[in-house]
Design a protein around this ligand. Structure first.
Ligand SMILES: C[S@@+](CC[C@H](N)C(=O)[O-])C[C@H]1O[C@@H](n2cnc3c(N)ncnc32)[C@H](O)[C@@H]1O
Length: 523
């Protein structure tokens, strides 16, 4: 494919739905009782959904199909010559400059919004210098740090789906569109949190590799509008039927849980974090900051052999190491600070060879794009604190789906540092780390994580999720409360949080009344 064509395909998220899949979706919707009089395909492309719908829905009277590309519009016009007597309007139209609310308000009958919006993220568009975007891109109030660190990255289909649901507000209709499953969840979360008038939402998984030649988790998202459903939950089905339910996810508070039923069985484990989970160290310059070792010589990412003082060098484990249980570090990392505010200039005195090395590679380090390095000492790293240098840690990879916690100890008498794709809690002793790890790897904790986490997400396990596991309750359920008492009392001392004051002295403040209810004991 020519370069310009490839760029256009990416820019417009152009993955045309094969007719076979469009037909299967239409038959499924029709058999599920959807009988629209108006069909809208907002980004119709070659129009296989339009063609399938004009044939498959006997009730349809009007079809509106739009696309930003003129050649698709003319191709569909030609293909629609014989449209079974249905009135079809096919026009070139940019989704983002169209007044969807005004458009939908003109209709009385049941509307079906059908299709497959573009599969492209705003970050990819940014890289291409494309403006195929809504005017205001930080649309979910993801301001500040989240926006700066890329959490504000989203599929433009997410924006489109939300816009459609918002515009249909209160009107009886159905949105049935193909998208990534992660997009579908974010759209539903947005609708539920913002109390859109939506109900009965389901997700039906499709094989994106087979139909589109891409390896992503994709689905048909179906949302009914104008029929509020008081329960913000959605069933996930393994195919285009209602026969095989995989799970039901839903909103709890402002966040989604992956399996509402399992979560409800284990909800008492959703409690207090005795430890604060942290990310590993971020430096954004692996070629300069990471090394292999040959005797006493360090070899950086571009093969340069250097002699450095040991002062700022630490053994390093990465996500792949943690996920695969490879706990003997083979790499090293230069950590220039112990806390984010440390003045790095002191390195010139304490470790001159290291300082000289940093100066020699300043071009790479000074070019680091992320805003987190701005206005901070030169050669700063990110994600450092006392926890980074704790002698023992429990760690998990944020990238892998196996959900395996590992105890990480010292290596060659130095604390092991984890990279920023790992999460960790700091521990003072091997026993404490082993105990916390035992609890975290228990079937109980795993079930709880499975209830919370969406394993098809890019980073399924997040700090927010980890911080919800109440290790004391896990210990209680496993009959290990006395060990928990022993080890966790000081857990938060690392953070200077006065031991969190969470381990009430058993028997001193509380006891069980004869009725079994917990009551305060007179002292
Ligand atoms: C994933 S393809 C799907 C096409 C069609 N819906 C289907 O199911 O085969 C996305 C389509 O969105 C169109 N598109 C991209 N950006 C658009 C925009 N801003 N406004 C309207 N259409 C757009 C592309 O040209 C492309 O045809």
């Amino acid at each position: 494919m020519k370069m310009a064509k490839v760029k256009s395909k990416i820019e417009y998220g152009d993955f045309q739905t094969p007719r076979e899949l469009a037909d299967a979706v239409v038959i499924f919707l029709r058999d599920a009782g959807i009988s629209p009089s108006v069909i809208v395909e907002p980004t119709c492309g070659l129009g296989n959904f339009v063609l399938a719908a004009t044939e498959g829905f006997p009730t349809v009277r009007q079809v509106f199909a739009y696309d930003i590309k003129a050649d698709y519009v003319s191709a569909l016009r030609k293909a629609l010559r014989d449209a079974n007597g249905v009135h079809c309007q096919v026009a070139q139209q940019d989704f983002f400059s169209f007044n969807w609310k005004e458009f939908f308000t003109a209709f009385r009958g049941e509307i079906l919004v059908l299709g497959n919006p573009p599969w492209v993220t705003n970050a990819a568009l940014g890289a291409l210098g494309s403006d195929n975007l809504p005017k205001k891109t930080n649309f979910q109030n993801r301001a500040g740090f989240a926006a700066k660190t890329g959490k504000a990255n989203f599929d433009i289909s997410e924006w489109m789906l939300i816009k459609l649901l918002e515009s249909l507000d209160g009107q009886r209709g159905c949105v049935a569109m193909l998208c990534k499953t992660a997009t579908a969840r974010r759209v539903l979360r947005h609708g539920w949190v913002n109390r859109f008038n939506i109900g009965r939402a389901t997700i039906h998984l499709i094989d994106a590799a087979a139909y589109f030649g891409v390896s992503v988790d994709a689905c048909l998202l179906i949302v009914h509008t104008g029929v509020p459903d008081l329960s913000p939950t959605a069933g996930v089905y393994s195919d285009l039927t209602f026969n095989h339910k995989v799970t039901t996810f839903g909103l709890l508070g402002r966040e989604l849980v992956a399996d509402v039923d399992e979560y409800n069985r284990l909800r008492d484990l959703d409690g207090l974090a005795y430890y604060t989970w942290r990310s590993g160290v971020k430096h954004d310059a692996a070629s300069v900051m990471e090394f292999k070792k040959d005797g006493s010589t360090f070899i950086n990412g571009v093969g340069e052999r250097v002699e450095l003082e040991p002062t700022y060098i630490y053994p390093l484990l990465k996500s792949s190491d943690i996920a695969n249980g490879r706990l003997t570090p083979q790499r090293y990392v230069l950590v220039t600070q112990r806390t984010p505010g440390d003045d790095t200039k002191t390195i010139s005195r304490t470790a001159p060879k290291t300082w000289y090395y940093l100066l020699r590679h300043a071009d790479v380090l000074d070019r680091r794009q992320s805003i987190i390095y701005q206005k901070r000492p030169r050669f700063s790293v990110f994600g450092v604190g006392d926890y980074t240098f704790s002698p023992w840690k429990v760690a998990i990879s944020g990238l892998y789906k196996n959900c395996r916690f590992e105890v990480v100890g010292k290596h060659q008498n130095k604390p092991v540092v984890l990279d920023d794709t790992c999460y960790l809690i700091p521990c003072s002793s091997e026993q404490e780390a082993s105990f916390a790890c035992l609890l975290l790897n228990s079937d109980l904790a795993k079930k709880f994580l499975h209830a919370l986490v969406f394993y098809d997400a890019k980073r399924p396990v997040t700090i927010d999720v980890l911080n919800r596991i109440d290790l004391k309750r896990v210990a209680e359920r496993l009959g290990l409360e006395s060990d928990a008492r022993k080890y966790f009392r000081d857990a938060a001392l690392f953070e200077g949080r006065q031991g969190l004051l969470v381990f009430e002295e058993q028997g001193k403040y509380r006891t069980k009344s004869s009725s079994g209810r917990r009551v305060p004991r007179r002292r």
